[in-house]
Design a protein around this ligand. Sequence first.
Ligand SMILES: NC(=O)c1ccc[n+]([C@@H]2O[C@H](COP(=O)([O-])OP(=O)(O)OC[C@H]3O[C@@H](n4cnc5c(N)ncnc54)[C@H](OP(=O)(O)O)[C@@H]3O)[C@@H](O)[C@H]2O)c1
Length: 274
Amino acid sequence: MASNYTDEAAAAGYRAFRYDFAERALAGRVVIVAGASGGLGAATTMLLAREGARIVAGYRLNRARAEALRDAVATQTGATISLVEGDLAEPRVRAAYLDAASKLGPLEAAAIFPGDPARVAWEALDAASLRASWDANFVGPTLLAKDLGNAMEQSDAGGSLVLLGTMQAVAPFASSVNYAAPKAALVHAARILAKQFRRVRVNVVAPGATLAGMAEASVSSGKYDSFVAGGAISRFGRPEDIARAVRFFLEPGGYATGQIIVVDGGLTLRRDAG
Ligand SMILES: NC(=O)c1ccc[n+]([C@@H]2O[C@H](COP(=O)([O-])OP(=O)(O)OC[C@H]3O[C@@H](n4cnc5c(N)ncnc54)[C@H](OP(=O)(O)O)[C@@H]3O)[C@@H](O)[C@H]2O)c1
């Protein structure tokens, strides 16, 4: 019996080596980048702007850095990005993201970068520091994913959400409880949302030690040099590595959902080499 769900015209094309690879698939699409002014969000914002996306770029309180990013995007790409300020934990801030997007057109994609390294010495770890990390690394990003996902779920076109994890959410590293455990919960939340939504894909990009943003100082200090010297990784991560992975998931018409891409140069696999 023939399937009711095949596309004979497409299948005929494939037999003749004709394929549909969209170029600049995000051109003209409305994309929210929360945490856009950070080390990894900025690279992603620049990549999406180069490809013609219409971008709402969020930050918490460093307005000077956000405005500097807006100026750099305008200079390098000619695009104008809309800025949204404030903490994701506040409902009015999450509403401001949706409001800014609605002025540009139907929202089709969002990448949620905010997080906090939550560095606390093991001896000092207490209820307050655990709760603060939980709020920064799980509660805010999850509530924004809920609000943006609900909005996209209501449109026929659906959409794509990307959440930012960390390699430490996937593989255990000593002394990372306060940061990695809420991030692991965020990965699980992403998979649950992917199951729950019908029209919205939800995926995670989990960076390794990257030479920009919150890890820049640690990487530059030599803290992770043993991983390169020992052969676990050939180099540290670049913000462009993360931006390309995020773009992959954001592109409309994608077929992956509930997945996690660890962009760490192999560090979680080979870390014992260092
Ligand atoms: N960089 C790395 O090597 C690395 C490695 C593994 C995982 N990650 C993850 O990747 C994501 C991005 O990291 P990054 O290095 O780009 O971070 P970052 O440089 O510290 O930037 C964080 C961005 O998020 C904003 N932000 C922070 N808390 C917020 C909040 N509560 N509400 C709204 N905005 C908030 C910041 O705005 P303000 O500056 O105005 O506060 C900034 O735009 C994080 O989730 C991080 O855990 C990064």
